[in-house]
Design a binder for this molecule. Sequence first.
Ligand SMILES: [Zn+2]
Length: 492
Amino acid sequence: MKAVANMNADQTEFAARVGWRLLIGAGLGRRAGWRGLLCAILAGAAILRPRPACSATPEFRVANFEADITIPIGHACMGGGIADAKQILDPLFAKGFVLLGAGEPIVVVAPDWCQCNNDSYDRWRVGLASAAGTSPERVMLATVHQHDAPICDLTAQSLLDQQGLKGWNCDPVFHEQAVQRVATVLARALKSTRRVTHFGTGQGRVAQLASNRRVVRPDGKITWERGSASGDVFGAPEGEVDPWVKTLSFWDGKQPVLAWSCYAIHPMSHYGKGEVSADFPGLARARRQQDDPTVFQVYFTGCGGDTTAGKYNTGAVTNRVVLADRLYQGMVAAWKNTKRQPLRRIDYRVAKLSLPARDTGDFTLTAMRTTLANTNAPRWKRICAALGLSWRQRVEAGRPIEVPCLDLNTGAADFAILPAESFVGYQLAAQRLQPRSFVMVAGFGDGAPGYIPTDQCWRDGYADDYCWVQPMTESPILKALAEALGRSGIGR
Ligand SMILES: [Zn+2]
């Protein structure tokens, strides 16, 4: 973990005020010599300039951007695990902003893609960092995780290419076009930034939307069979969810500039038939955007690896707008509950997280290589083998996952990103780590690990092949989370 940049507005304001006092003292008291007077004038003059070059008056600014990153017809959806794109119901966007004034720029972005894994994740961060004039570790990227959208893993696709399976996982040419498209609008947005003097925090309870995959059957057996559209399985309760949609916002005085919200749920009402869509979060986001076009809206999915709309959704096409409305109502409540405070300080931290690769049964190198080369194996199995091999290469190369955190006013509000399909227990744990802070955690950073269950889920018998990290890795994850939140040494 390392602290990347600190910017203390109070300190610089104080310096400017001292400059005034020196100027007044020198000018009126005539106690200083001409050198002292000149220094005092220079120091005091710093606050007279509207935008001082040396930033004596701290000023935070934002530039928001969005670009269409809809996949072309025929592109793989969900990494090739479901039907390829047949029609575009509504476009996929990357929406985000660049935050200026806290050292090197910080980029925050949420693409409407399912996942960016390994070198895809790196490529996005490098491409956007270059456009923003910052370093890749200062790009906070998390996908919204709609399933009728791509999972991109460039190494996995090159392994598939070697088997003659072009485009099974993703189209690297389109991938690069998408990165460039977003980088271009980001660079253009930097020409029209808006001042930020305050930030806001608010949360709203979402009713009848999220439920946990984990259900206890009438015979007492624990399963994770509740999917996005499975309906009210056994009448089981919602289980572990975070019922709050949280919204952070930036303001110029009393004028809201942008808002980014986060809610822990798999963002699908129905999927799998090649109908590309940003699904119900896309609808809720667009409706909030229409409410006030001057406030730019960004939406992240929280740690929703194990939470879905399943209890309230059977996949009926008409239910998409119903689910969208429930999320929308929560977002409206979060906005109404928003409290604003002056933005004085921004810290940015990145914790390094090394997760070990799964290495038993179907996850040994030999097994994955065999499956990848097996022309009789189902398409999804071969793709998963390529995804597993890509993750394995990355682990063996010693490239950790990064867990970034944007910290406003020293723990007043934190926005962190955890990797992949982290379970909601991690989001709740993050809130417990910083009980006095407004802690908002997105999941679906680097998507490479797949599902990341809590240790309790493993103990309860969790089993799924879409998971490339070893079981029982809660301890290093909580340690990284604590470091990112500025609470080093407080993991459990
Ligand atoms: Zn998922």
